[in-house]
Design a protein around this ligand. Structure first.
Ligand code: PPS
Length: 570
């Protein structure tokens, strides 16, 4: 007596063992496509029936119909294109009737695509129709325009093997498993809560209210596939969700993880979420303000209105059979010690709330997170993965001409940081790197860029793991320096220091005799003499070593790091 899946039948694309063996035996004759993260998520949800009634990646007719009218060609409501994008070389080798082996990053064949269509889509048009904009500040548009390949391949999928997950296996329930679970427990009305964020007390309050109001059981159904860049990682979130479960009445709530790749498509995405939950046996979906919203563009204009998603789902809830439960913004009334929906707050009542930004700031500064805001167990989990800045990793990246004094300052800084203690410190000096990591490289632009990328990669790993990396290459090119900054900033601090000693001084000093050789033409492509140095415009600090001691310079860097919060006291 559970709600019927979308389209009437729960799709299961996994083939029999016999058929799988047959497909594997033939696969050497077929071209292969290595799936990326997004495609892996989509394939898993296709294969396990989360995307019922879809039986594969969309062909041209369905794609056009979904983009223009939110319906498959046969009229079934379906708001989001589910496409397999491939490069030109792969596309050119395929035609209708061909088979394409779909492989995971290790090369294991997960499925076979029975190709029906191969075409070059108009992605800008798709963006406008699906997301309502072709502005690539919208993460869904950005992905479509800048991270998808230019060709689509459509066709039915025969599933051979599910993608492997090593984490939380017991709570990654497929639609069939979740339905079986609901049947066993006698749940018929189930309200789903979609989330990509940690859940705080307001979320617990509103989900509980939604369950009570609809007299339904609650499924907490967080997305663990791909969410918005910058979101809290799903390992941390799952620990937070688990910590929250004991705060619900016993046997009324279930937790299951959904390996969905979100598109941040607002209204259309809300309808898609409802269809996916319907396939998982849910009858209701909680939809909040700006559901699956990408936020605002650079001019501060939101991509969607705050209630667009609620309205679009409401328009279709009857057809779908999934009811939209509007989620009210909950605020805390400290004097009454309880949460109240914002629109029900009596006049004159004092209320408080903490925004996502403020929470991040409190974590970064190691400040208190009040119990009215989040349960202490949840706060503790967040603190573990979001330590205050003075416990996070960071990279100090010196750039400057040969002989400018980078190595000397870097060494002085290394010693001062080791003296302070607390975090491991690694010095990636130009010369050391060129002896070890980059021993085969020369000094062409291409090789210098490879060298800096390698240094950046190592520094980003060190930073991610809470250590300190000090880099001191020449790094003459701006673009790759910025690339390194982007690699690191997501993990911790990044401080670019321009050691701006003028060329004349470097040449006068000529400690290694290299300038003399460069002037004589014995060394070619020498930075500053016969090769360019692009002065950074984005440096956090510039140091001119002409009149300063290395000691003083290292001290300046330390003071800057202290100001930024990366050096502090417990
Ligand atoms: S880069 O551009 O960042 O990849 O260079 P880097 O790895 O820092 O290596 C610079 C050191 O190599 C020596 N050297 C040269 N530098 C510049 N140009 C040419 N052609 C060159 N040939 C050898 C030089 O000793 C540099 O060390 P520092 O410590 O900067 O003086």
């Amino acid at each position: 007596h559970l709600i019927a899946p979308h389209g009437g039948e729960l799709i299961d694309l996994m083939v029999s063992e016999e058929r799988a063996a047959e497909l594997k035996a033939h696969s050497k004759e077929w071209p292969s496509w290595d799936l990326n993260g997004r495609q892996m998520c989509d394939l898993e949800l296709l294969m396990n029936g989360s995307f019922s009634p879809l039986r594969g990646f969309m062909g041209k007719a369905d794609h056009e119909s979904v983009c223009s009218s939110m319906r498959l060609e046969d009229g079934t409501l379906w708001p989001m294109p589910i496409m397999l994008d491939v490069d030109e070389e792969t596309a050119k080798g395929l035609e209708s009737g061909a088979k394409l082996a779909l492989r995971d990053p290790e090369g294991v064949m997960l499925a076979v695509l029975n190709v029906s269509d191969v075409w070059q889509p108009d992605r800008a048009e798709e963006a406008k129709q699906v997301f309502g904009t072709d502005n690539s500040e919208h993460p869904g548009v950005d992905y479509l325009m800048n991270s998808t390949n230019g060709w689509y391949v459509g066709g039915e999928v025969e599933g051979v093997c599910m993608p492997v997950h090593y984490d939380s296996k017991d709570i990654r329930l497929t639609p069939a498993e979740l339905r079986a679970d609901f049947r066993r427990k006698g749940w018929r009305k189930v309200v789903a809560f979609q989330t990509r964020n940690p859940m705080h007390r307001a979320h617990q309050e509103l989900t509980l209210r939604a369950a009570k109001e609809t007299e339904a059981n609650l499924l907490i159904h967080p997305v663990v596939g791909m969410t918005k860049p910058g979101d809290v990682d799903h390992y941390t979130r799952v620990r937070c969700y688990k910590a929250l479960l004991p705060h619900y009445p016993k046997d009324t709530v279930a937790l299951s993880l959904l390996p969905l790749a979100m598109r941040m498509g607002g209204p259309r995405e809300a309808v898609w979420h409802a269809i996916i939950r319907k396939n998982h046996g849910c009858t209701h979906l909680i939809v909040g303000r700006d559901h699956a919203g990408p936020g605002k563009d650079s001019s501060g204009t939101p991509f969607y209105g705050p209630y667009d998603a609620q309205e679009l789902l409401r328009e279709h809830e009857e057809e779908l059979g999934v009811a939209m439960v509007p989620f009210k913004l909950m605020v805390f009334a400290p004097d009454e010690d309880k949460y109240i929906p914002l629109d029900e707050v009596p006049e004159g009542t004092k209320t408080v709330s903490i925004s996502g930004t403020e929470l991040r700031e409190r974590l970064a500064e190691g400040r208190e997170i009040p119990e009215w805001f989040t349960f202490p167990e949840v706060a503790q989990e967040l603190r573990k993965t979001h330590p205050p800045k003075h416990k996070q990793g960071f990279t100090v990246f010196f750039t400057g001409l040969s002989g400018s004094g980078k190595s000397t300052i870097a060494n002085a800084l290394l010693v001062k940081l080791l003296e302070m203690g607390g975090r491991p410190v690694t010095l990636l000096d130009g010369d050391i790197v060129r002896k070890n990591l980059s021993s085969e490289l020369g000094f062409s632009k291409e090789h210098r860029d490879i060298n800096i990328r390698r240094i950046g990669f190592v520094a980003s790993e060190i930073t991610k793991n809470g250590g300190i990396a000090i880099c001191a290459p020449i790094a003459p090119y701006n673009a790759v320096r910025q690339e390194v900054r982007r690699m690191i900033e997501g993990y911790g601090g990044f401080c670019l220091v321009h050691v701006a000693t003028p060329l004349e001084i470097c040449e006068q000093r000529d400690r290694k005799g290299l300038y003399a050789k460069a002037r004589a033409g014995i060394i070619k492509e020498f930075t500053g003499i016969s090769d360019p140095y692009e002065e950074p415009a984005d440096a956090e600090m510039a140091l001119d070593t002409t009149d300063m001691t290395p000691e003083e310079e290292a001290q300046q860097v330390i003071l800057h790091l202290e100001k930024e919060g990366y050096i502090g006291v417990d």
